[in-house]
Design a protein around this ligand. Structure first.
Ligand code: PLP
Length: 395
């Protein structure tokens, strides 16, 4: 076989969402798309806001020479300055353009950050369940992922995290609002995490960075605020994108920002900029950089996602499902009514509902529903959710 053993193993490991995608395509062709309830993918179903289209048209009409040329690997200086200004207001920390790297989405930013900090054999500690790609990204740069469980309400279990930290830990990676749980970590937990990392740095004689993966920061409900990691720990980096809050995942635009006072901040951002180049991204897409420069703080209408969350939660509660109401992102992570989440997801599939088993996220006993779908899909799926629950209650 010509494919490397490692990638072949990864293809098997990463197959849940792909399997659902393929099964979804088959079912939709067979039954008609309106009869399949596809909650498998976190692909935003809202169109980008009107300001995006207006700004994009203006950017396309800008015929000044050089607008499509190579640029510094960190991105356009004016875009980075606009991001830095926005971040300074948000986090109450004085960012300059030099602390920002424009990237190909949050995924690109995360890969640049990991390449900049990982030595062979180093570890990245994160909470499980987690966004599956983390395992692969960490491996891309010779590291190893270690995980700690969350508490029953999906908040951080800091004692469990502490048990995973060692002199090999290069960074702790957190994701709030969380995929797949929808949890938003509270301020006092971030403060406690900052103190824990300060203590461990002194104990191990190295810097453990905190990487906050925040593509859902602006997608929060009921007035919830996402606390700033920068306020509680100087060795913090944020990786994020406009994929979810402007509905632009196909455009691959995001950024990495490093706390100006982080240890080795200059080398860290320099390393990440070089990583952007040598990983083959080279730079973030030029056109999109020129667009998002003018869209700092602009989002899709978040209340639409909140209404979808409520519709789904009300329906599933009535059908007898057990879950924590998400505070942000657009995922619900209910308990599987039977211990085997893979078997339950197979039952959902028999009812034409596509979900992803929690096992795929390192969270067995649960399943994930991405509710960035039409309201009609949510409404029409409810009898099918009831039937799936009934199939196990009757046994
Ligand atoms: N991090 C998390 C937690 C995600 O859910 C995703 C996408 O679903 C990403 C990172 C990657 O986002 P992007 O499209 O910006 O690369």
């Amino acid at each position: 076989m010509s494919v490397a053993d490692k990638i072949s193993g990864f293809m098997e490991q990463s197959s849940w969402i792909r399997k659902m995608f393929e099964e979804g395509a088959r079912l939709k062709a067979q039954l008609g798309p309106e009869n399949v309830y596809d909650f498998s993918l976190g692909n935003p179903n809202l169109e980008p806001p009107e300001e995006f289209h207006r700004t994009l048209k203006a950017a396309v009409d800008d015929l000044r020479p050089g607008t499509h040329a190579y640029m510094p690997n960190a991105g356009f200086a004016d875009t980075r300055a606009a991001v830095a200004e926005y971040l300074s207001g948000l986090h109450k920390v004085a960012f300059g353009a030099e602390h920002v790297l424009m990237s190909c989405g949050a995924a690109g930013a995360l890969n640049c950050a990991l390449k900049a900090i990982l030595n062979p054999g180093d570890e990245i500690a994160t909470f499980r369940p987690f966004f599956v790609e983390y395992t692969f990204y960490v491996d891309n740069h010779g590291g190893k992922i270690v995980t700690a469980p969350v508490l029953p309400d999906f908040s951080m279990d800091l004692a469990a995290l502490e048990a995973q930290l060692s002199p090999r830990t290069a960074a702790v990676l957190i994701n709030s609002p969380n995929n797949p749980t929808g949890k938003v970590y509270i301020d006092s937990d971030l403060e406690a995490l900052g103190s824990l990392l300060d203590r461990k740095n002194a104990e191990f004689g190295r810097t453990i960075y905190l990487i906050a993966d925040e593509p859902y920061r602006k997608i929060v409900y009921d007035g919830v605020k996402v606390p700033s990691p920068f306020q509680h720990y100087i060795n913090s980096l944020v990786v994020t994108s406009y994929s979810k809050d402007l509905s632009l995942p196909g455009e691959r635009i995001g950024f990495l920002a490093v706390h100006p006072e982080a240890d080795a901040a200059k080398a860290l951002i320099g390393g990440a900029v070089l990583a952007n180049r040598i990983l083959g991204f080279v730079n973030a897409p030029a056109l999109m950089q020129r667009v998002v420069r003018h869209l700092q703080g602009v989002t899709v209408d978040i209340s639409v996602y909140q209404a979808k969350r409520d519709l789904l939660c009300d329906g599933l509660a009535e059908a007898g499902y057990d879950f924590h109401k998400p505070e942000g992102a657009f995922y619900l992570f209910p308990k599987s009514p039977i211990p085997n989440d893979v078997e339950f997801v197979a039952e959902l599939q028999k009812q034409n509902i596509l979900a992803v088993p929690g096992t795929g996220f390192g969270g067995p006993g649960y399943f994930r529903l991405a509710y960035c779908v039409d309201d009609a899909t949510i409404q029409r799926s409810m009898p099918a959710f009831k039937r799936a629950m009934g199939a196990f209650i009757r046994r």
